[in-house]
Design a protein. Structure first.
Length: 316
């Protein structure tokens, strides 16, 4: 099974009840508590040799990044992060030399968004792994399954910098890599503020953690629509290739669709919170497919490439 096949397989074992708004194929599980209150549940892990390499990753950054991987899921639902549980797997007994910076990185990033670590578990493991389970709340959850034909597609930041870092680190020492590429990979930023701000404006939202094309395809599949993205509109920063912007993982950006009638208010909100967003395309009718429009206006179907936990190879 690839990752999506596993998710589809898992569905038959997930509880489905009146209060379960979403428990499958979304960034978070959503449980309805009352008319205007929903609980959000997410979990994410970092595994040594798959998600990080200690030759160029410090433990403070690991804690920071673990928090962001989970906070980004809460952001995609328009939620407020609340309570976290940590599972720590280590080949050796915890030592203050590495556990102190890890915990400081984790807790500092959680507290920045008013979330708190309240417990967890510790196990011995052949290598390091860190898993966080995070809860949140929202008045109205954003979903990836509610995009509408005619919606305008936006992303919340330039894409591909984290993937570009992994390309650079193969040939260059850490100190020679551009600072913003290091920051994108080691200490990314979740879009909590933007997620809350667009809660009543966006039709559908997904967190870009496995690549623009793959995550856009997931949104299209969940919403039973297709999408056209414009090549010239994709925000690609310096040092980043087009392929990295399209398929690189761990951007922790928000990809969202907004109806035409909400655009004016969207721009006002983004100006108020001092947040740049980037229009890249449009939702249209059709089976779940992605089309890339080039400079001449020609459309080309493009596959949903990106990071798959079961079929992709580690970058290091």
């Amino acid at each position: 099974m690839n990752e999506q096949e596993w998710i589809n397989y898992l569905k038959k074992y997930l509880y489905q009840g009146e209060k379960v708004v979403a428990a499958h194929n979304e960034d978070c599980t959503v449980i309805k508590i009352s008319k205007n209150k929903y609980f959000l549940y997410t979990t994410d892990a970092l595994v040594e040799g798959i998600h990080f390499d200690l030759r160029f990753t410090d433990f403070y950054s690991l804690g920071h990044k673990l928090a962001v991987a989970n906070l980004s899921d809460i952001a995609a639902m328009g939620g407020e992060p609340k309570w976290a549980l940590l599972t720590l797997g280590s080949p050796k007994a915890p030592d203050k030399e590495w556990i102190d910076p890890f915990m400081k990185g984790l807790v500092t990033q959680l507290k920045k968004y008013k979330a708190h670590l309240v417990g967890g578990d510790t196990v011995k493991s052949p290598n390091f792994f860190f898993n966080l389970a995070l809860t949140g709340e929202t008045q109205a959850p954003l979903l990836r399954s509610t995009a509408k034909v005619g919606d305008i597609i936006f992303v919340s930041k330039p894409l591909g910098a984290s993937a570009a870092f992994l390309r650079y680190i193969k040939d260059k020492p850490l100190e020679e890599i551009p600072a913003f590429l290091k920051k994108a990979y080691l200490r990314p930023t979740p879009e909590i503020t933007l997620g809350k701000a667009i809660r009543k404006l966006a039709n559908a939202v997904i967190d870009i953690s496995d690549g623009l094309l793959l995550d856009l395809y997931r949104l299209c599949e969940a919403s039973s629509v297709s999408a056209v993205i414009e090549l010239e509109a994709i925000p690609i920063p310096k040092y980043v290739t087009l392929q990295e912007a399209l398929s690189g993982g761990e951007d922790y950006a928000l990809l969202f669709s907004v109806p035409q009638e909400n655009l004016q208010e969207l721009f006002k909100v983004c100006k108020r919170i001092k947040k740049s967003i980037y229009e890249i395309g449009r939702i249209q009718k059709g089976k779940p497919k992605i089309y890339l429009k080039n400079e001449e206006g020609a459309l080309e179907e493009i596959g949903p490439s990106g990071f798959d936990h079961f079929t992709s190879q580690p970058e290091f």
